[in-house]
Design a protein around this ligand. Sequence first.
Ligand SMILES: Nc1ncnc2c1ncn2[C@@H]1O[C@H](COP(=O)(O)OP(=O)(O)OP(=O)(O)O)[C@@H](O)[C@H]1O
Ligand SMILES: [Mg+2]
Length: 272
Amino acid sequence: MTAVSVKNVWKEYDGRIVLEQVSLEVEPHSFIALVGPSGCGKSTFLRMLLSAEMPTKGDILVEGERLPGEPTADRGVVFQRYSVFPHLTVLENVVLGKEFAASPFLGKLFGKAKKQAREEAAEILTAVGLGDFLNLYPSQLSGGMQQRLAIAQALIKRPKILLLDEPFGALDPGIRAEIHVLMLKLWRETKMTVFMVTHDLSEAFHLGTRVIAFDRPRNRPEERERYGATITHDLAVWPPKYPVSDTHIASGGTTRLLDELEALPGRPGVGH
Ligand SMILES: Nc1ncnc2c1ncn2[C@@H]1O[C@H](COP(=O)(O)OP(=O)(O)OP(=O)(O)O)[C@@H](O)[C@H]1O
Ligand SMILES: [Mg+2]
């Protein structure tokens, strides 16, 4: 069973072809890194996976079913720039994600459901390292913390597919390395299928199980209007990355997130 199947997808804007003949079969629990020059249609491709845009031609199937015509809770998204609400606290931002998933029209939960949503939000915020900052406002957080918050907001909907559009592009290298560890942990534990656009090839190979490059095979100025970008490279990343349970077995059960975090350069070591 494929998680996502893209069948001969084309995308045009006002008669200008942006993407052409894009076909792709994605296994469940893949981490697909998408790379390619600016303007080649990477974000457009992600927006089609989200149903924020429709293909001009072709089909996108998720677990064998045609994509619904609008975004749904099973597809989460994180953008490069923080998409959090400035007037809500860290906790409220994540609870709101749950409320919209549970009640799209009202956007509110009450009583026991609200209490459960707050507990679940606090748990996910703890998992992304924001457990001590539940009552702060986004403006009181660093860039890396705001991006963790955006990830928590996407995760509370328990998406099967997570779409990341240059999510770590604006972060300092040290913070990036920490978020990479966190991202791999979340990907392993949740069994999500992830699509991540990045301009950073080393990030693509570090996080991805597969790196896919988009480019325009024909790029002379007079050809730009008539031909779009397509998949030009599709590389399986070696060595393969395993879900956490397999890693546990391979390492004799000793792999833990804290160990991985502690092993990062520049971190105050506990027992390292
Ligand atoms: N809503 C739209 N209407 C018209 N043209 C659009 C629209 N959205 C994107 N485009 C065009 O489609 C092309 C691809 O844009 P897209 O944002 O997908 O590129 P990208 O690969 O994500 O680039 P970057 O790496 O700079 O983020 C660009 O030429 C852009 O101008
Ligand atoms: Mg883009």
